[in-house]
Design a protein around this ligand. Sequence first.
Ligand SMILES: Nc1ncnc2c1ncn2[C@@H]1O[C@H](COP(=O)(O)OP(=O)(O)OP(=O)(O)O)[C@@H](O)[C@H]1O
Ligand SMILES: [Mg+2]
Length: 475
Amino acid sequence: MTRSVLIIDDEPLMRLSMLDALRAEGYQAQEASNGEDGLKKTRVSRYDVVVTDLKMPGSDGLQVVRMCKECSPETEVIVMTAHGSVDTAVQAMKFGAHDYITKPFSVDEFLLTVRRAIEVQDLRQENTVLRQALEGQFNFDGIVGKNEQMRQILDKVKLVATTDTTVLVLGESGTGKEVIANAIHRNSPRCDRAFIKVSCAALPETLLETELFGHEKGAFTGAVKQRLGRFELAHKGTLFLDEIGEVSPVVQVKLLRVLQERRFERVGGGETIESDVRLVCATQKDLKKEVEAGRFREDLFYRLNVMPVTLPPLRERKEDVLILANQFLRQSARRAPRAAKKFSASAQELLLRYSFPGNIRELENTIERAMVLAREREEIRIADLCGHTNCPSLGGAVQSECGFCQEGLSSSASVRGTLADVRERCEKEYILSVLAREGWSRSVAAKSLGLSRKALWEKCKRYDIATPDDVESSV
Ligand SMILES: Nc1ncnc2c1ncn2[C@@H]1O[C@H](COP(=O)(O)OP(=O)(O)OP(=O)(O)O)[C@@H](O)[C@H]1O
Ligand SMILES: [Mg+2]
């Protein structure tokens, strides 16, 4: 990535030699001959480094440092001081300058100072990403959840994990139901025993029955040997029944009996077997509706619904989108040496705007594909997320089969609801994207949004947006 440097100095020859040295090293370098012009330039473009003279006719160098840091805090400022004026250099550093260099200096000395500033900046950015990831995790089994609803769910899951209570995990496809089931087992007293998973949708009724309860030799044609069921294999451990909403009425009766009496018989067998399993079930279906429609037994529903955990769809936890996206990016980057390291600002905005009908699974797959498409590039762009070469962001047409194109890139076509709803949604998403872009700094974000800090704080509160500032102040 090309780095940009702005030189502010009133001496034309000095400027020229610095510009030449920087350009020869591949930097994008610009110049300004006084503080006022320099500050104007920093307001229009973002520079990685600003190198400014402290003594210029008509401008106060210290003021330039202060204002530059104020309008662009990520920019590293290096001040040039005359020999013997270390005091002013120290003062400049109090105003936020990163380093100083004493005139006269050699080209090598100058380039080294700029390079060091950029290295520090890279480290700082990396730290921000790591800090966000850490703060996003809220310490339950590595599960990301900065969103308030998710935090409450994780608190509840943490508590219930230590018990033997049956848990029913609900949520759309890809919201992380299996991840939660796993976390419950790993954090339970049964963690060193088996965690057995059965996908109830994958098997026809009779097979599911033998899968769950096992069968005796000769129980049916083809039962040449005795076979233990999953309930027996999970003895003293956890049994995870995925897609429980798909279970047939016959199996529902058998399940109800194990839950009530803690015992069962193998198919075709007379021996009663004691069962000590912790049950975690999951479904995408609305089980209450299934009960109303007569497809699911009410008594079984109440047995399973002791501790329901409903995972929100990703579109309702926008705070977590970029944290998860960065986590997937890092995981993927670890496997590929020259992988992309971040998302472009517009890609971040698109991630926040898109509704992810396939939830976290879709986000994970999207990032994996984007990493392949963005190989050898530093940044993931909009077109990498879309995944097609003729992406509208590259001048192509909106493609009917592409969700990103349809929802994220096309303007108001997919917007629904009253004007107030739409305005609120837009406002929340935009605030989130600016906060993400500004490294979650509320004061910087407030400035770019043209709001006072207080007004932004109020909006964050209203839209349930937590920033690291809140987290820090609440610890
Ligand atoms: N909080 C999370 N942090 C990181 N990855 C997650 C998180 N939650 C889910 N995932 C990832 O998202 C994908 C989908 O999760 P999971 O399989 O648990 O969803 P599900 O709700 O069981 O989906 P389905 O209903 O389709 O079975 C998985 O690859 C999982 O690793
Ligand atoms: Mg699942």
